[in-house]
Design a protein around this ligand. Sequence first.
Ligand code: RFL
Ligand code: PHB
Length: 390
Amino acid sequence: MKTQVAIIGAGPSGLLLGQLLHKSGIDNIILERQSGDYVLGRIRAGILEQVTVDLLHEAGVGAGVDAGGTVHHSIELVFGGARHPIDVHGLTGGKVVTAYGQTELTRDLMQARAAQGLTTVYEASDVALHDFDGSRPRVTYQKDGQTHTLECEFIAGCDGFHGVSRASVKDKVTEYEKVYPFGWLGVLADVPPVSPHAIVYGNSERGFSLCSMRSLTRSRYYVQCPLTDKVEQWSDARFWDELRARLDPELAERVVTGPSIEKSIAPLRSFVAEPMRFGRLFLAGDAAHIVPPTGAKGLNLAASDVKYLSSAFIEHFNERSAAGIDTYSARCLRRIWRAERFSWWLTTLMHRFPDAESFGQKVQEAELDYLVNSRAMSTALSENYVGLPL
Ligand code: RFL
Ligand code: PHB
């Protein structure tokens, strides 16, 4: 098989890249390790920046988010037993974020790809990248007991944090990493949200909590938990009790409980691999960087990488210019590091650190107090939350 761009991974990065390239007449094939159903079964991100929504429209897959997304004008911080709204819309001159689940977004992209008859090879195992340092890269993989070879001009490594693409350049990357001493226990349930108007981030003596909505009938909740906890230790009843105990009394009263559809524990990590280009191999999305989910930036950063990468390939194939390719890594990394800073800051502000000494705890409380009472601080939070410009 032959294609112009071989894309590794059919997560949001790979699917969105494939769609944008196809729209510009650039041929691509996606190789995915898992089945389509498995990819759709992963419950992950929920919050999209406006630039991400715009990009979905550019890719011709904006109808789903228009119909099913919920626009949020504000967020709420809960600490010291009280709620503090942050008017993100007002403080940013009219910008908003949109709640739309990664599962739904992935399904929209998968359906668009299938409708256009584009090739995605699911359950491709032992994917290996070759000769991307030269002018004729190849990708080999196993499918149905046979070895296949895909010849291409470029390889896009969109295969997430545990993928093969970054592993293929292990000796050439510099990695920057911070691992946090806690995880997030997440529950998805078919219950109405505590508030249809806000995403609620809580910091209580018992730890962090987050109330997010997926629709008027489906909600996503998280509580900070020790990394040693196992999902089996968390019955639904224990989860709802813990969530309520971390909210202010009025919100706690409003939590509607129900059986969990999904329950999982995710570790929190900050990670960046530099650079993001190696000859004819390009890393994009979680393959190159991870943010802790507190700032809701992971999927949005994946989308902005893909925007830069699709533009670079379009310039190469359609305009015979290497400018986009040569500047890809630097353009991405500037935006990535600013989102890394924001995600680290919000994580540090909103969680209880098991090793925090009393001085550090008091400073955290003072910073929260300053944040909600200072227009400058609230504006800085809001600007980052809605997303910095591309
Ligand atoms: P993905 O989604 O991990 O997809 C990579 C794909 O590559 C496949 N793959 C391979 N394929 C072939 N060969 C191999 N050797 C392969 N190895 C892996 C995988 O099977 C997979 O299908 O990466 P991508 O596309 O870069 O997308 C990134 C996003 O998924 C991620 O950044 C977000 O989910 C992060 N995130 C959030 N981001 C936001 O913007 N807003 C949020 O509100 C938000 N909340 C979250 C999150 C991530 C979370 N977890 C669990 C990681 C909440 C959570 C809990
Ligand atoms: C979610 O809805 O899953 C979500 C919302 C906000 C975050 C992280 C996750 O910061």
